[in-house]
Design a binder for this molecule. Structure first.
Ligand SMILES: Cc1ncc(COP(=O)(O)O)c(C=O)c1O
Length: 386
């Protein structure tokens, strides 16, 4: 037999032993034991189901096992959101006086956490340009830097980080937020990175009906983060985990359709005179297209573009679209548009937005599951009317 393809693993992974084809929702928060000794053992065991839901839940565990298999990881740990995952990694592994190297081009919530609570707790953060060769390595302070945090592709500018270079950094744990790619789009761990994190709220669950995060990596590291996470309590709900598993089953076909439409839309946008730049790693004009082709299996369902005329022009585009809906989030069935400077990144200081390439004319599009013809026609009608 040839090696099983990831799209097939998305169907086979995370099954329980019951034979049920649809995942079981375990709603119980607590499990009866056979007495004091068994309760005590369960309370001191790591990541074990059959005790208390904040410690582990069988539905959540099935979702975690599916993600671990798709990412080529020893284990995975789910959270109540992507931010729950990111902040738990940071607070599990960093203490006052430690240092983090992070890329400037990150989801706004992550930037706000690094600039807010981290600094308040005395965790120093150095931001670097993730696309600049050697930038992460140069910023590492031996003995002080605990984490190097990257996001690739980055939200919303679609910049890439070279995983091989990231993995070559010795000392700190290296983390990649791979939300925009999903586990079928790329696998940073296979390049040697320490941890991969997803907001599974996005493409993994894929239907705008689950708030969920997940990390994957070596068992010892996942166990160490679990030991903190069980106290922090950003626990994944079994209902969301089941929706995450359902999303994994159809991720292959959804991603293939969305990536195909995203490329066609990106190409169509480059032909529009009002559009000054299109950011999509699948375009041969993307400055990191060669790297994207090397380390990604799919180029993703998200793209962004700059429109001449700044925020006023951006507003006209958003207001003039008939099919495409104004909303944040990404990876779902509906094509969505948002203005990052005033929404997803509104908490990021204007100078930091500028450093990260978030202009007033930047619009982000999450490509959905409609026909590519209809999505492209909607953009064409609005851009022609400007
Ligand atoms: C790249 C990325 N990481 C993390 C998050 C946070 O995920 P959540 O909203 O599930 O907390 C988001 C949310 O948009 C995101 O786009």
């Amino acid at each position: 037999m040839p090696k099983q393809q990831p799209e097939t693993t998305a169907i086979t992974a995370g099954r329980d032993a019951s034979g049920a084809l649809s995942p079981t929702i375990w709603t119980s928060t607590t499990w009866q034991s056979h007495g004091l000794d068994e309760t005590s053992k369960a309370a001191t065991s790591i990541h074990q189901t059959g005790n208390y839901a904040r410690y582990s839940n069988p539905s959540v565990r099935d979702f975690e096992r599916a993600i671990a298999e798709l990412e080529g990881a020893e284990d995975a740990l789910a959270f109540g959101s992507g931010m729950g995952a990111i902040t738990s990694i940071i607070l599990a592994l960093c203490s006052t006086g430690d240092h983090i190297v992070a890329q400037s081009q990150l989801y706004g919530g992550t930037v706000s956490f690094l600039n807010g609570p981290c600094k308040r707790l005395g965790i120093d953060v150095t931001f670097v340009d993730g696309a600049k060769p050697g930038a992460f390595t140069a910023a590492v302070r031996p003995g002080k830097t605990m984490l190097v945090i990257a996001e690739s592709p980055s939200n919303p500018q679609m910049g890439l980080v070279d995983f091989a270079e990231l993995a070559s950094i010795k000392g700190p744990y290296t983390v990649v937020d791979s939300t925009l790619a999903t586990p079928l789009g790329q696998n940073p761990l296979t390049h040697g990175v320490s941890l991969v994190v997803h907001s599974a709220t996005k493409g993994i669950a894929g239907h705008n009906d689950a708030t969920l995060g997940v990390i994957a990596g070596e068992k010892d590291l996942i166990d160490a983060i679990w030991s903190y996470a069980v106290l922090h309590g950003a626990t994944a709900s079994p209902y969301d985990a089941v929706n995450g598993l359902r999303g994994i089953r159809t991720l292959g076909v959804r991603l293939a359709h969305q990536c195909n439409t995203a490329l066609q839309l990106a190409e169509a946008l480059t032909k529009q005179s009002a559009v000054t730049a299109v950011h999509y790693p699948g375009l041969s004009s993307h400055p990191q297209h060669a790297l994207a082709s090397k380390q990604m299996h799919h180029f993703g369902s998200l793209l962004s573009f700059d429109i001449a005329g700044g925020k006023d022009a951006a507003r006209k585009v958003v207001d003039g679209l008939k099919l495409v809906r104004p909303a944040v989030s990404l990876g779902g069935p509906e094509t969505l548009i948002c203005h990052p400077a005033s929404s997803t990144h509104v908490g990021v200081a204007p100078e930091d937005q500028a450093t990260a390439g978030i202009t007033q004319g930047l619009l982000r599009v999450s490509v959905g599951l409609e026909s590519a013809t209809d999505v492209i026609a909607d953009f064409q009608q609005v851009l022609a009317s400007l």
